[in-house]
Design a protein around this ligand. Structure first.
Ligand code: NAP
Ligand code: MG
Length: 503
C-alpha cells in the first residue's frame, strides 16, 4: 500500500494498477514517501465520483450559506494541522519552512475563507429590473458548471490547491484535482480534512500521477464541465486543445517574464531590496517573478552595486531551517535548466555581476546539485533569450532605459503579461506607468503581494481568466437568464400580439 493514497469518493485508495512513485526531499535527494500513481483509469474513477456527487448528491443543492460553513470548517481543520502541512510543503518542494509557515499555509486558509464568505454573501439570483417586455420579470442566476477539474504545478502546491478547490466548491461544483508529481503530498493530505468535516463523498477528489495520462483525462473527459490549469504555457496550450473537444471553458494561469521598473526617483536602497525579493523569492520559481529589472540610466551603476551587495547577503541552505532565505530548487533537472540559461546568458551578455554557479560550503547532507546562487546579468538587451524566455530559477536580467515611455515599451515587449512592478517616490508617475503595462497585476513600491480578495491572472500568453476576487468565483459559475411572463391573458404574450399576430 502507498504511504499516500489517492482520495476518491471520500476514501483513500491505491491506484488501480497498484503502482506507486517516490517523492523526494530535493535538498538531500532522500525519499520522503511512496505515492499511489494514478493512471487515466483512476482519473476516470474520480471524475465519475464527482459526476455522481454533482448529479445526485447534496452539494449543489445546499444553500450558499451551508456551503460557506463547510468551507470555513475546512479552513479551521487546516489551521489545526498547520505545522504538519507547512513541514510537508517545505520538505517535498524545497521552498523554505519560513515561506510554508508564513505564506503557503495561511494563504491557502485565507483562500478557503474568502470563498466561504462569497458563498455565504453573494446572491445566487439577481433580478434585472426594467424589462422592455412588460409584464415579464427577469432574473440572472449564477449556477455551478458541474464537474470542475484542476491541474496544478509544484511551486505553490498547497496555495494552488486552495485556489482551485475553494471557488469550485463555493459555487456548488464538484471537483477533481491533480497536483504536480514533484509535490503531491499536501494536496493528498487534504483528503483527511475533507473526511474530518464530512464533506459529502465525491465532492472533492485528489489524484496524483503523471500529467500525460492522469492529467490529460481531466481536461479531455466528456463528463467534465470546466477545467482549470496552472503551469507552463506549453502545457496550457495542450489543455486548451483537449478541452476544445467538448468546448469546455478553461481558466489558464501560465508563465511570465515580468518587468520591474525602477524609475530615477525611487528610494534606491528600498528598490534594490524589493527587486531582489521580487526576483529571488522561492528561487525565482514564481510565475509572476520580476525577472526583468528595468533600471533608469541615471541611477544604473549605483543600483547595480546595491543589487550585487545585497544579493551576497542572501542565506542559502536547508529549507527546513528558519534562518534560510533560499533552499534548493524543486529538482536537479530544474537546476540544470537554470545552468543552461546561465550559459546562454554568458554567451549573450558576458559574465553575471553575481552568482552564476552552485553554492559552496553547504552543510553536510545537502546536495549541491539541487541549489543555485542568485544570478544577475547586467546590460541585457530585451531581445536576448534570457530576457524573453521564462527561466523559472534565480536569474535576473537588468535592462537600462532612458524615459518612462521607453520603460513601458520594453516592459510590454514580451509574449507574456502576468505581472510587473514600478518603484518610484512619485505615486502619480508610478500609476501612469502601471496603467500602461499590459499585465494582470502591477505592484507599486512592492512585489509579490497577493490576497484572495483581489483578482490574479494574465494578459497575452500568461493565461485566460482570473482567479481570486469576485472574478474567481464567477469563473466557476454559469450564468442563466430566466424570463417569466405571468401569463393568464393573451395580451401578455408579446410574441403573439406583436410579432406573430396570426397565430
Ligand atoms: P508544467 O510542466 O506545465 O506542469 C504543471 C502541471 O501540469 C503538473 O501537474 C503536470 O503534471 C501537469 N501536466 C504536464 N503535462 C500535462 C499534460 N499533457 N496534460 C495535463 N497535465 C499535464 O509546469 P511545472 O513545470 O510544474 O511548473 C512551472 C511552470 O508553471 C512555469 O512555466 C510557471 O510560470 C508556471 N506557473 C504559472 C503560475 C500562474 O499562476 N500563472 C503559477 C505557477 C506556475 P506532472 O507534475 O506529473 O508533470
Ligand atoms: Mg518532492
Amino acid at each position: 500500500m502507498a504511504d499516500y493514497q489517492l482520495f476518491i469518493n471520500g476514501e483513500y485508495v491505491d491506484a488501480q494498477s497498484g503502482e506507486t512513485f517516490t517523492t523526494v526531499d530535493p535538498a538531500t535527494g532522500q525519499p520522503i514517501a511512496e505515492i499511489a500513481k494514478a493512471g487515466r483509469e483512476d482519473s476516470i474513477r474520480a471524475i465519475e465520483a464527482a459526476r455522481k456527487a454533482f448529479d445526485e448528491g447534496p452539494w449543489p443543492r445546499l444553500s450558499g450559506k451551508e456551503r460557506g460553513e463547510k468551507l470555513n470548517q475546512i479552513a479551521d481543520a487546516i489551521e489545526a494541522k498547520s505545522a504538519a502541512f507547512a513541514e510537508m510543503e517545505a520538505r517535498d518542494g524545497g521552498g523554505t519552512i519560513k515561506k510554508a509557515t508564513f505564506a503557503d499555509v495561511p494563504s491557502a486558509v485565507a483562500a478557503f475563507r474568502w470563498f466561504a464568505k462569497l458563498a455565504t454573501e453573494e446572491a445566487e439570483e439577481v433580478e434585472v429590473p426594467g424589462t422592455p417586455f412588460p409584464p415579464s420579470q427577469n432574473w440572472v442566476r449564477y449556477e455551478p458548471h458541474g464537474v470542475c477539474t484542476g491541474v496544478i504545478p509544484w511551486n505553490f502546491p498547497f496555495i494552488m490547491a486552495a485556489w482551485k478547490l475553494g471557488p469550485a466548491l463555493a459555487a456548488g461544483n464538484t471537483s477533481v484535482l491533480k497536483p504536480a508529481s514533484f509535490t503531491s503530498i499536501t494536496a493528498l493530505m487534504l483528503g483527511e480534512v475533507f473526511q474530518e468535516v464530512d464533506l459529502p463523498p465525491g465532492v472533492a477528489n485528489i489524484v496524483a500521477g503523471p500529467g500525460g495520462t492522469a492529467g490529460e483525462e481531466l481536461a479531455a473527459s466528456p463528463l467534465v464541465d470546466k477545467t482549470a490549469f496552472t503551469g507552463s504555457t506549453e502545457v496550457g496550450r495542450r489543455i486548451m486543445q483537449l478541452a476544445s473537444g467538448t468546448v469546455k471553458p478553461v481558466t489558464l494561469e501560465l508563465g511570465g517574464k515580468s518587468a520591474n521598473i525602477i524609475l530615477d526617483d525611487a528610494d534606491l536602497d528600498i528598490a534594490a531590496a524589493v527587486t531582489l525579493w521580487g526576483t529571488f523569492f522561492h528561487n525565482g520559481q514564481v510565475c509572476e517573478s520580476g525577472t526583468r529589472a528595468l533600471v533608469h540610466k541615471s541611477i544604473y551603476d549605483e543600483f547595480l552595486a546595491l543589487l550585487a551587495d545585497k544579493a551576497g547577503k542572501i542565506v542559502i541552505g536547508s529549507q527546513m531551517d528558519f534562518e534560510t532565505d533560499l533552499g534548493p530548487l524543486v529538482s536537479r533537472s530544474q537546476v540544470e535548466t537554470v545552468e543552461r540559461y546561465v550559459a546562454l546568458g554568458r554567451e549573450e551578455v558576458g559574465e553575471p555581476i553575481c552568482g552564476g554557479k552552485r553554492p559552496d560550503g553547504l552543510a553536510e547532507g545537502l546536495d549541491p546539485a539541487a541549489f543555485y546562487t542568485p544570478t544577475i546579468f547586467a546590460g541585457v538587451p530585451n531581445s536576448a533569450k534570457i530576457a524573453q524566455e521564462e527561466i523559472f530559477g534565480p536569474v535576473l536580467s537588468v535592462i537600462p532605459f532612458e524615459s518612462d515611455d521607453e520603460a513601458v515599451a520594453i516592459a510590454n515587449d514580451s509574449i507574456y503579461g502576468l505581472a510587473g512592478g514600478v518603484q518610484s517616490s512619485n505615486l502619480d508617475r508610478a500609476r501612469s506607468v502601471a496603467n500602461r503595462m499590459r499585465t494582470g497585476t502591477v505592484w507599486i513600491n512592492d512585489y509579490h503581494l497577493l490576497s484572495p480578495e483581489r483578482p490574479f491572472g494574465g494578459y497575452k500568453q500568461s493565461g485566460i481568466g482570473r482567479e481570486l476576487g469576485i472574478q474567481g468565483l464567477r469563473a466557476y459559475q454559469q450564468v442563466k437568464h430566466v424570463h417569466a411572463n405571468p401569463g393568464g391573458s393573451r395580451d401578455n404574450y408579446i410574441h403573439l400580439s406583436a410579432l406573430s399576430g396570426n397565430i
